[in-house]
Design a binder for this molecule. Structure first.
Ligand SMILES: N[C@@H](CCC(=O)N[C@@H](CS)C(=O)NCC(=O)O)C(=O)O
Length: 288
């Protein structure tokens, strides 16, 4: 039965090399509806996880007064793929963290950008953006800045400001990367969180699924700063989780319908084959 289904789907040149319903679902969703593919993997507790903190901690780096500090408030909080001497939690003031930057090279592609964070200036003196400051050894400074200039190449510029170390009365001058509102990928004109969540939910890019970026940031911020509320971040996570609940229900219906059809119509039935092919393709169309 499955071979005949596969040949029908193959006619639509969607999938190759199918062995069972699970691989049929994975391959069809991964090629035609990646956001559903991520939800399907989550249902199997197999969702892809970016390995974070890729930095090799075996190298001992000695501090010097010519070291620099880099402030991370987005992916730099949970994905430090560069050598550093120290990592201090803390905050900066005068800005708000917002998912207002389109990502075409990490969490999206030019034809379907994802959303990542940047900082927008605010006059609210009480406003704080929590994150981490990394101490970079002078001997690694040029290499790390070159690496980050490339990583943040889509619209981010370096700037310097004061970082307040958490829980102690001390500050350090940091360099940070901010995507200002005049860059081509700035998307702050679309600030509705439902629209931003929709975009994130469907986006995937060379660095992985866009929603994984949001989940990793929330997980890192919650563990570093328990009790600190970032309404914008937490609301987006809530909206994304709601989308997943709806999709998981639809995927479960799709699978049980396919299994029921196998029971109702046996294995040699043109009806079953047509039904499954149509069901999968309609399901994908409806959930694009
Ligand atoms: N400058 C921000 C980083 C903003 C950001 O997340 N940049 C993206 C580039 S679009 C990134 O590095 N993404 C890596 C990833 O998505 O894994 C920070 O200090 O954390």
């Amino acid at each position: 039965m499955l071979n005949r289904i596969t040949s029908r789907i193959l006619e639509k040149d969607i999938v190759k090399d199918i062995h069972n319903v699970d691989s049929l679902m994975k391959t069809v969703l991964a090629t035609k509806a990646p956001h559903l593919y991520y939800s399907y993997l989550q249902m199997q507790n197999a969702s892809p996880k970016t390995s974070i903190d890729k930095f090799d901690k075996s190298k001992v780096l000695l501090p010097s007064e010519k070291d620099i500090w880099i402030f991370g408030y987005g992916s730099l909080v949970w994905k430090a793929d560069f050598p550093y001497i120290a990592k201090l939690p803390g905050f900066i003031t005068g800005y708000e963290r917002k998912f207002y930057q389109n990502s075409i090279d990490h969490r999206g592609v030019p034809t379907f950008p994802g959303r990542v964070v940047t900082l927008v200036p605010t006059k609210d003196e009480s406003s704080r953006v929590y994150g981490v400051a990394y101490r970079i050894a002078e001997s690694n400074k040029d290499e790390v800045l070159k690496h980050l200039d490339y990583r943040e190449k889509n619209g981010y510029d370096r700037c310097s400001l004061k970082f307040n170390v958490f829980d102690v009365n001390s500050t350090v001058n940091v360099i940070m990367y901010v995507a200002n509102s005049d860059n081509d990928s700035f998307a702050g004109h679309i600030s509705n969180e439902n629209e931003i969540a929709e975009q994130i939910y469907r986006a995937v890019g060379p660095s992985g699924f866009n929603r994984e970026y949001v989940y990793n940031l929330e997980e890192a911020m919650t563990s570093l700063f328990p009790g600190v509320e970032d309404h914008h971040l937490h609301n987006l996570v809530r909206l994304l989780r709601n989308f997943e609940v709806k999709d998981k229900e639809a995927i479960e219906k799709c699978i049980s319908h396919m299994e029921q059809l196998t029971v109702d119509y046996g294995v040699n039935s043109e009806v079953l084959e047509n039904e499954i092919v149509c069901l999968l393709l309609t399901f994908i169309e409806r959930n694009k």
